[in-house]
Design a protein around this ligand. Structure first.
Ligand SMILES: Nc1ncnc2c1ncn2[C@@H]1O[C@H](COP(=O)(O)OP(=O)(O)OP(=O)(O)O)[C@@H](O)[C@H]1O
Length: 461
């Protein structure tokens, strides 16, 4: 398949010249004359490479500003800058801002072809590598979203990625903790090294140490462990609270000395590994319950990063829906369907107890199940019942509420709101009360008043 390359230049002659050279080389160029149409072209389909002129007359953003926007949205999209003759300073600044190379005008067709070939080959290898990793974990490699919360998480991740610090990522299941860990790795100086996931939740407790540290018998290495495989790269301890206490003690030693011994061995193995960890349970509560070592917590949580539940950043729902719609349509080899405004509204009103993972699965299912003649547009009736019914906070807009007197409408809303919040904290009234800013006893009274008798006081009260 011909590689898609976007050429952004305000001068028509140059656009056509560059596109012509690329076409001759077997690429599929598209062109844009200004920043708006360039961004629209990228949104329509991600090109493999962007050739970008620094001077864009009559454009909302100039070339360098456009470069910043492209890189902020998609750091791995390669951009080559086209600069005016003798404009080395601008070119250097473009490289600092993330461009992979530059070419000065006027240029030879041959030099252009060479640069493009080099850039696309590097990008191909990189994508291959990433998609291998991605397929292994079924992951996306970027945290999508536009909310203030996710923007600040992304900014924090970017800031801390190159430092090599340990990061503890917390948040409910399916919010993207694995994705965040991969981003930290990909943006670090270890990105060419391995990224190894240790998923204690998926291992038998008695095997965790063998998996992590490897096995030695009579001085022979029977099996190297994950820690060794992570040498020069990143080790990601997923659901770290699921590790047995004895393993926690051994990990502590790895963190202090960067050294360990294999199971059944006496030899000290030294590794250079950056450790990232994640937990969907509160480690402070685990420490209080005696299930997690406090000293380990402080070693792991040098930089804590919290990923909020999707229901607490609903602005992220539409862009995530669009992202997954485009992805699964591409996988099914159908044109990207439009999402009807009512469908967006329903998706945005739903509470997503399984967070982004659930959203991804529902989009995938909707696209797979859509009848052939309706795949062009996702209407509300194509969405699964779970989105439309239970768990949705659409009570606030339902006709029954709109037609009711204020007191009744308020009670309907309160009932719906409290159900959602209590479900969110798995029925724990104390935590719900703390979250919504009510005394626990007042919440109990309220539940009784509203007839929500299905929620009982916590067992520990
Ligand atoms: N912000 C996001 N942008 C794009 N994809 C996301 C985002 N967050 C999550 N995902 C997707 O949701 C799936 C689940 O995310 P991930 O495995 O990172 O969640 P998690 O918080 O680590 O969950 P768990 O606690 O169950 O391990 C991923 O495969 C990824 O496709």
């Amino acid at each position: 398949m011909a590689l898609d390359i976007l050429v952004v230049d305000d001068e028509r002659d140059i656009r056509e010249l560059v596109a012509g050279v690329l076409e001759d080389e077997g690429y599929a160029p598209r062109t844009a004359a200004d920043s708006d149409s360039a961004l629209a072209a990228i949104a329509e389909r991600r090109p493999s490479l962007v050739l970008l002129d620094v001077w864009l007359q009559g454009s909302k953003l100039d070339g360098l500003e456009l470069l910043d926007v492209i890189k902020a949205r998609d750091p791995s999209l390669p951009v080559i800058i086209i600069s005016g003759h003798g404009n080395l300073d601008t070119a250097v600044s473009a490289i600092r801002r993330g461009a992979i190379d530059f070419i000065e005008k006027p240029f030879e067709a041959e030099r252009l072809s060479l640069l493009v070939a080099r850039a696309t080959e590097t990008a191909r290898l990189r994508t291959e590598n990433e998609s291998l990793k991605a397929r292994a974990g079924g992951m996306d490699d970027e945290l999508g979203g536009v909310s203030g919360a996710i923007n600040s998480v992304r900014a924090n991740l970017k800031r801390v990625a190159p430092t090599g610090s340990r990061v503890l990522i917390s948040g409910p299941p399916g919010v993207g903790k694995d994705v965040a860990a991969r981003m930290l790795h990909n943006w670090s100086q270890r990105s060419n090294g391995p990224f190894i996931v240790v998923s204690a939740a998926r291992m038998e407790p008695e095997r965790v140490e063998e998996e992590l540290f490897g096995v030695e018998e009579g001085g022979e290495v029977v099996r190297p462990g994950l820690l060794e495989r992570a040498h020069g790269g990143t080790l990601f301890l997923d659901e770290v609270a699921d590790m047995p206490l004895t393993t926690q003690g051994k990990i502590l030693r790895v963190l202090t000395d960067q050294a360990f011994t294999r199971v059944g061995g006496a030899r000290t193995v030294r590794v250079d590994v950056r450790v990232l960890s994640a937990s969907s349970r509160s480690l402070t509560e685990e420490i209080a319950a005696g299930r997690f070592r406090e000293d380990l917590y402080y070693r792991l949580a040098v930089v804590p990063v919290a990923l909020p539940a999707l229901a607490d950043r609903r602005e992220d729902i539409p862009p995530l829906v669009e992202h997954f719609v485009a992805r699964y349509a591409a996988e099914r080899r159908v044109p990207t369907p439009q999402v009807a405004p009512e469908a967006f509204a329903a998706l945005q009103a739903y509470d997503w107890p399984g967070n982004v993972r659930q959203l991804r699965n529902i989009v995938e299912r909707t696209i797979i199940l859509a009848p052939g003649d309706r795949i062009g547009r996702i209407d509300v009736d194509l969405l699964p019942p779970e989105v439309m019914g239970e768990g949705s906070s659409s009570a606030t807009t339902a006709p029954s509420v709109m037609g009711a007197p204020l007191r009744e409408a308020r009670e309907t809303f309160e009932r719906e709101y409290l159900r959602v919040q209590i479900r969110r904290f798995s029925g724990n009234i104390s935590r719900t009360a703390a979250f919504i800013g009510m005394e626990r006893s007042a919440l109990h009274r309220k539940l009784k008043l509203l007839g929500l008798t299905e929620f009982k006081p916590d067992s520990d009260e």
